[in-house]
Design a binder for this molecule. Structure first.
Ligand SMILES: Cc1ncc(COP(=O)(O)O)c(C=O)c1O
Length: 508
């Protein structure tokens, strides 16, 4: 009897635990005993769900659980593979903690923890290293003068009436007017009845996930760009959703792979229209049309667009909301945290009535509403021209820093097997590097830290742990001279890691 058929027994042995846990444990035991060898490709979700007569979401939970333990890894477009024992060992603490936790495995934010752990370990060992690891904008570029003026204008006109509990969740008119003008410039036609306001893109993501949970009544599956925005992945999983990774290229998500993910049961999809995180790419209008055609074939699928860098992006705006076939299920979100300043806790969304009111219901249970003083501050800021001039300077500064880094890395690493993006394909803060086979991102990060610069290993930007061949570097975080120095340190670190496999700090 094949191992996969033996799993049927585990499925039927009711010991009070969820079915997915019992199946995952049986596969884990088969891997531990060697019955299923490292490198073996596990059956597809659809195949195993058919064989075991369980739902595809159950099988995805099984694979997520094994992935969390480091026992398997998902390879986009290829399937799920058994990891060698060393990899599982590396993730053992996470698995043990999960067993003790009452929070289900797939709700634990492993990406955030992994990034925080790498950062604190490296910072502890190299306390003077410059941080190019976090995704923060350069605070020297915040439009501070313009912001102070906008705060003064918002606070100056406040009455006691403005400080009451509001009677509705509509945008403050001081904000609604400039927002509609901005959306119009990006060819997103909306009226104030279609606008909604939250504290951040992250709050939109979380409440969107809660909305899906309420509507699906089960663990909804969300298709996400892979690699993709790690906070969104953690937030969705924490809310109880499952993830399916869809590969991207320099023009956006792969349409055929999206179609596949939707056929496999994803009921929602998250897009980053511009400045994709972590790669910095933006979707082309041709790709947007192809994706729209795919989505038109899946009429129940909800669509989330995270336009998080809009004001400082060099790319044209645009939204699937403008497509009549899709608009009833699109949530377009524009956050100002990355482009203007993170403490501006105001993000604006566009959605048709049913989605808008479902999100506002979730907001009413979360924190009620978004401060009107914050909304008016953003409104005053966006009503003037000076903030857009500041954004021109910010955009130019990031472009220069990315170019400095790419030039330096390209001339140093040509022929080394490292893949770098084309300068014309990327925008925003980051440069995303793909390392040659056998060169570990953790190792490079450690050597770069020794040379005075912290960079982020790319593992947390994937749906499953185990991907060790990428790095994300925040080229926008420092002035060009420092970025030149960082690039030289990073190139040295890559060369050193490629020639010496031993880790000095990260290995216990
Ligand atoms: C893709 C993406 N969306 C959103 C955000 C953050 O937006 P907010 O602060 O409004 O949640 C970030 C921040 O790094 C991001 O990378």
């Amino acid at each position: 009897m094949e191992i996969w058929d033996r799993l049927l027994d585990n499925r039927d042995t009711d010991d009070g635990r969820p079915v997915y846990e019992r199946i995952a444990d049986a596969i884990a035991a088969a891997i531990d005993s060697g019955d299923v060898a490292p490198g073996v490709r596990l059956p597809t979700v659809r195949e195993l769900s058919r064989r075991l007569n369980v739902s595809s979401t159950t099988v995805m939970s099984v694979y997520n659980r094994l992935g969390e333990k480091g026992m398997v890894r998902g390879e986009t477009g290829r399937g799920t593979f058994v990891n060698p024992p060393a990899q599982a060992e590396r993730h053992r603490p996470l698995g043990r903690a999960a067993a003790q936790s009452r929070v289900p495995v797939n709700r634990r934010a492993w990406r955030r923890r992994l990034l925080a752990q790498s950062e604190s370990r490296l910072q502890h060992a190299f306390p003077t290293a410059v941080d190019l690891m976090r995704g923060s904008p350069d605070r020297a570029l915040y439009p501070l003068t313009e912001l102070k003026r906008a705060y003064r204008a918002a606070v100056g006109k406040t009455t006691a009436h403005d400080l009451e509990y509001p009677r509705h969740l509509d945008l403050d008119p001081v904000l609604a007017e400039p927002i509609l003008a901005i959306l119009d410039r990006d060819e997103i036609s909306a009226t104030s009845e279609q606008l909604l306001v939250m504290n951040s893109s992250q709050q939109f993501l979380q409440l969107f996930a809660h909305m899906l949970m309420d509507q699906a009544g089960d663990e909804p599956v969300i298709a996400v760009e892979e690699p993709g925005y790690q906070t969104a992945m953690d937030t969705f999983e924490h809310a109880g959703c499952l993830l399916l990774g869809v590969p991207i290229d320099q023009h956006g998500m792969n349409p055929a792979a999206l179609d596949d993910a939707l056929n496999r049961g994803a009921s929602a999809v998250l897009f980053t229209p511009r400045v994709q995180s972590p790669t910095g790419t933006s979707w082309s209008s041709a790709r947007r049309r192809q994706l729209a055609d795919v989505l038109a074939q899946h009429p129940d699928v909800k669509i989330f667009e995270d336009d998080h860098f809009a004001e400082a992006s060099a790319r044209p705006g645009g939204s699937l909301y403008s497509d009549r076939r899709l608009r009833g299920r699109v949530v377009y979100v524009r956050s100002f945290a990355k482009s203007i300043a993170p403490d501006l806790r105001v993000a604006v969304g566009v959605a048709d009535p049913s989605v808008r009111s479902a999100l506002n219901v979730q907001k009413s249970f979360a924190d009620g509403w978004t401060s009107r003083i914050g909304q008016r501050t953003l409104g005053h800021l966006l009503a003037g021209d000076d903030v857009f001039q500041a954004m021109d300077r910010t955009r130019a500064a990031y472009a220069e820093r990315r170019a400095v880094m790419l030039d330096a890395l390209t001339s140093r690493l040509a022929g080394s097997g490292v893949t770098l993006p084309e300068a014309s394909d990327i925008d925003g803060l980051h440069v995303w590097l793909t390392l040659p086979v056998g060169c570990s991102a953790d190792q490079v990060a450690e050597y770069a830290a020794q040379r005075g610069f912290l960079v982020a290993p790319g593992e947390p930007f994937y749906v499953q742990p185990g991907n060790e061949s990428h790095l994300r570097v925040n080229a926008g975080a420092a002035v060009p001279d420092l970025i030149r120095e960082a690039s030289s340190a990073l190139a040295d670190a890559v060369e050193r890691a490629a020639s010496s496999p031993v880790s000095a700090v990260l290995t216990p």
